[in-house]
Ligand binder design. Structure first.
Ligand code: NAD
Length: 335
């Protein structure tokens, strides 16, 4: 059933649709973030999410505190100690077409005034984690959780090979990035689980999340997780002053970074990058669900800041789903 444009709805119809969408999206969020077991594909979630954004834009009075458009991630799993993130771990705004990406750029350029570069990165399909180092020594690992409070997963991250226990410099720093399960490890894990009559993971992202959020670190150790680090809570202790230099500095410090980043001097460079990696997606050893463009100067990132949910200096361009197009749920509006 085709959806009516939001501006054709009465206020009452819009309110009912928004309430239905909020309830459904929040249910899917619990399944995805809290239980690591989604019941629908991401594009189904994204479709409803975009509809809710459109409704809230047209009718701002419909925004509620529990709206998925204002919330990051999920809750802390029972058994884990909570970790407060002094600087929140946010989500990313997303766009689904080059036209929308161009609009994002145009708004930002107008806002900033001076020209600036973007750093293009692959959007790794995993889950965000934060690593705390004191005087160069790894002391804590945590999940993003709801952005402000995450789960303490220190013992688990100690088992991941790509995470250095000691940096090459004695820095005190919170470094952030993505924990992911390589495609081969995911296939092997699901095969093993199937043979043992256990439930299989829906995708590598959920497998990584389920493996990292384990109360027994021996299970995490067996799961062949890996990481790419790409962000920092506060860049002052680093030498780098651009996103791209920061990635190089992370590598020098001992972190694994994704080598396929690229500085773009124009939107045409950004579009070329998208085309290149959309074509190469299937050949990569890990899942990506899009690309992320980030204003390259770190002081500009700081100046632009963030909304309650997303940074203003970055955006994700989401790729269409990998496999067969997913059938969108038939929306049975009662209005
Ligand atoms: P997101 O995954 O769309 O984007 C933000 C995240 O991207 C960051 O937190 C970070 O973890 C990750 N990321 C990967 N590579 C990155 C890079 N190079 N730089 C910066 N960040 C990078 O946002 P989200 O809030 O984590 O999740 C929302 C998405 O999750 C939805 O769009 C939907 O696709 C999916 N989801 C699906 C369901 C479902 O039921 N299927 C439910 C909830 C959410």
């Amino acid at each position: 059933m085709a959806e009516q444009p939001v501006d054709k709805l009465t206020a009452d119809q819009a309110a009912k649709q928004a309430a239905t969408l909020r309830a459904r999206l929040n249910q899917w969020r619990r399944e995805y973030y809290d239980n690591d077991a989604p019941s629908v594909e991401d594009d189904v979630y994204d479709h409803d999410y975009e509809r809710l954004i459109a409704l809230e834009r047209a009718y701002p009075q419909l925004v509620t505190a529990d709206s998925p458009t204002r919330l990051v991630g999920g809750s802390v799993k029972a058994g884990f100690t909570k970790v407060q993130h002094e600087i929140p771990m946010l989500s990313l705004g997303d766009v689904f077409s080059q036209a929308e990406l161009q609009e994002f750029n145009d708004r930002l350029v107008q806002n900033v005034g001076d020209p600036f570069d973007y750093n293009c990165e692959l959007k790794i399909d995993g889950l965000a984690l934060s690593l705390r180092y004191e005087n160069g020594r790894l002391v804590q690992g945590s999940t993003r959780g709801n952005g402000s409070i995450g789960e303490d997963i220190t013992e688990n991250i100690m088992t991941i090979d790509s995470i250095p226990h000691q940096l090459t410099k004695p820095l005190t720093i919170d470094v952030r990035g993505e924990c992911y399960m390589p495609k081969a490890a995911f296939a092997a894990l699901n095969e093993k689980r199937e043979a043992a009559g256990e439930s299989v993971f829906a995708n590598p992202r959920n497998a990584a999340a389920g493996s990292l959020r384990q109360l027994d670190s021996k299970v995490t150790a067996e799961r062949q997780l890996s990481t790419f680090m790409y962000n920092v809570a506060d860049y002052d202790v680093l030498t780098a002053r651009t996103q791209s230099d920061m990635l190089e500095e992370f590598a020098d410090l001992g972190f694994q970074i994704n080598p396929d980043f690229q500085v773009a001097h124009s939107m045409s460079d950004v579009f070329d990058y998208i085309d290149r990696y959309q074509a190469r997606r299937a050949d990569l050893a890990y899942g990506i669900d899009g690309i992320v463009i980030k204003a390259n100067p770190l002081p500009l990132q700081r100046q632009l800041g963030a909304t309650v949910k997303v940074p203003r200096w970055a955006i994700a361009f989401k790729f269409p789903p990998d496999e067969q197009p997913t059938k969108l749920l038939d929306v049975e509006w009662t209005v």
